[in-house]
Design a protein around this ligand. Structure first.
Ligand SMILES: [Zn+2]
Length: 223
């Protein structure tokens, strides 16, 4: 994940798709409860900015909690033990989400970032990742997001972090994606250094990216 400052703004996207295209996209993706919540939040003008310093995307997080079955007046910090058995509706919707439709929703990356933290707080991230690691392909930005925010810190568990890392190493070796390579070096320099294909990808990425160049020396420390 790039450590460059992301373009962030409070509020929703100011770049609207053409109305007819948007209606067709929305029709398909609203079949998934999570995607429907993102479309609704966007239509309602809710802030969908991960880590928003003004509102913490509170209204959107409340909408996710409501779709997950939490009553509208229950605190967002309701203990997991008091919640219905996992996986709840949000984790199930994320587990089965179509990545193509996801990427057509407004502010999808931030919305996903917020939702993944939500399910992690409820101990349900493993249900989502357990499904995703079995997919034929996971988009690179999503691999990187999960790696940088969760897997890097050992979430959701040892088995899934290991599977996710393998997937990331494989995709990084094939694509030399700079953001993914950077996250991998920050997460597990020893594994990148020990994997000849990933190591080559890291060197290649370093040619193009100052961010990767700044940390590529860590591979040598662990060799
Ligand atoms: Zn906000």
């Amino acid at each position: 994940m790039s450590t460059n400052p992301h373009h962030r703004r409070h509020g929703h996207d100011d770049i609207e798709s053409a109305p007819r295209v948007r209606a067709a996209e929305s029709l398909f993706s609203r079949a998934n409860q999570f995607l429907a919540a993102v479309w609704n939040a966007s239509d309602a003008g809710m802030c969908i900015t991960a880590g928003c310093s003004e509102c913490g995307a509170l209204e959107f997080r409340r909408a996710l909690a409501t779709l997950d079955g939490l009553s509208p007046d229950a605190p967002l910090t309701t203990p997991v033990a008091l919640l219905p058995e996992a996986p709840g509706p949000l984790a199930s919707a994320l587990a089965s989400v179509d990545f193509g439709l996801l990427r057509l929703t407004p502010r999808w990356y931030d919305a996903l970032d917020i939702a993944l933290f939500y399910v992690r707080d409820r101990g349900e991230l493993r249900f989502v990742l357990d499904e995703w690691v079995r997919r034929d392909a996971v988009p690179t930005r999503i691999l990187d997001l999960v790696l940088f925010r969760h897997v890097r810190y050992g979430f959701p568990d040892a088995r899934l972090t290991d599977l996710w890392l393998e997937l990331c190493l494989d995709v990084a070796a094939n694509t030399c994606d700079e953001g993914l390579v950077e996250s991998l070096i920050l997460t597990c320099p020893e594994r990148v250094g020990a994997d000849p294909r990933a190591f080559r990808a890291a060197m290649e990425a370093a040619n193009h990216s100052a961010c990767v160049r700044a940390i590529v020396g860590r591979l040598g420390e662990c060799a």
